[in-house]
Design a protein around this ligand. Structure first.
Ligand SMILES: Nc1ncnc2c1ncn2[C@@H]1O[C@H](COP(=O)(O)OP(=O)(O)O)[C@@H](O)[C@H]1O
Ligand SMILES: [Mg+2]
Length: 252
């Protein structure tokens, strides 16, 4: 369980997160949606302690994130950041191996290597595993970073816009992999998505942020409604249900 209690965040005089409280129980996929600048990345970075808490508290499995060592936290929670630096002369396999660092501190055991191999397979990187990151396309590199987070083998995975740069085939494949990971391994996945149809199709719950506040929180069928979407994104869109899945025609 991730418990977020009365979190606020300011940069200078700007209020970025405004008294957010929510909990995310173990297991399943929660999609975080909302306009640019809503505070989605800020919220994830506080949960993963990439920046210090200013007020309120966050616990993951009852561990207060601001009072838990980085190494202990990295064994239960992995984060894929939105701003991925393309570290130049690093091979895909080495990058994915970094995911084992909290466990092995850089000396990979045979077990670590097999976990790295599994992650490489899982995200379709077998043919790319010896390539340098700076020779990959944006989408290929993105998948390598997702595989690194996966190789960390944490119970909680925070993914900030992992579909960036991915073509439709790989976006769908990644979402299906995440669904399988959540269902088969009981992982808890929190994922920032811009495509609300991916969120509706693959997530159990959708939380919408707007102007640093929770604008909506519920099952996909509760969020993909014209009035709710208009209140979040500022325009009306048609929603149809196809094969039991609500689909928003957000592009017209
Ligand atoms: N380091 C920073 N200094 C000042 N403002 C920031 C900083 N990081 C983010 N912001 C601002 O905080 C707001 C929320 O940003 P962010 O959490 O990245 O939103 P989202 O991920 O939802 O697009 C934005 O208005 C952004 O400009
Ligand atoms: Mg963001």
């Amino acid at each position: 369980m991730i418990r977020i209690d009365k979190i606020s965040l300011r940069y200078g005089s700007a209020l970025i997160l405004d008294d957010i409280s929510l909990s995310i129980p173990r297991g399943g996929i929660t999609a975080l949606i909302g306009p640019n600048g809503a505070g989605k990345s800020s919220l994830l970075s506080l949960i993963a302690r990439l920046q210090p808490l200013q007020s309120g508290s966050i616990t993951v499995e009852d561990l207060p994130v601001d009072r838990t060592s980085g190494r202990d936290l990295a064994k239960i929670i992995a984060i894929l950041r939105q701003d991925l630096a393309a570290t130049a002369r690093l091979r895909v396999r080495e990058l994915v191996g970094f995911g084992r660092f909290p466990h092995s501190r850089g000396r990979l055991t045979p077990e670590d290597r097999s976990i790295v191999d599994r992650a490489i397979q899982q995200f379709g990187l077998a043919d790319l595993s010896e390539r340098f990151l700076d020779t990959l396309s944006g989408g290929q590199r993105q998948r390598a970073f997702v595989a690194m987070a996966f190789a960390q083998e944490t119970d909680y995975l925070l993914l900030d816009e992992p579909l960036n740069n991915l073509d439709m085939y790989h976006a769908r494949a990644l979402m299906r992999s995440l669904r399988a990971i959540a269902d088969q391994h009981g992982k808890t996945i929190v994922i920032v998505l811009h495509d609300i149809n991916h969120a509706a199709s693959h997530a159990d719950r959708i939380i919408a942020l707007k102007d640093g506040r929770i604008a909506a929180d519920g099952a996909p069928s509760e969020i993909l409604r014209p009035d709710v979407l208009a209140s979040i994104f500022g325009y009306e869109m048609r929603v149809e249900t196809i094969d039991g899945i609500p689909v928003a025609l957000h592009f017209r």
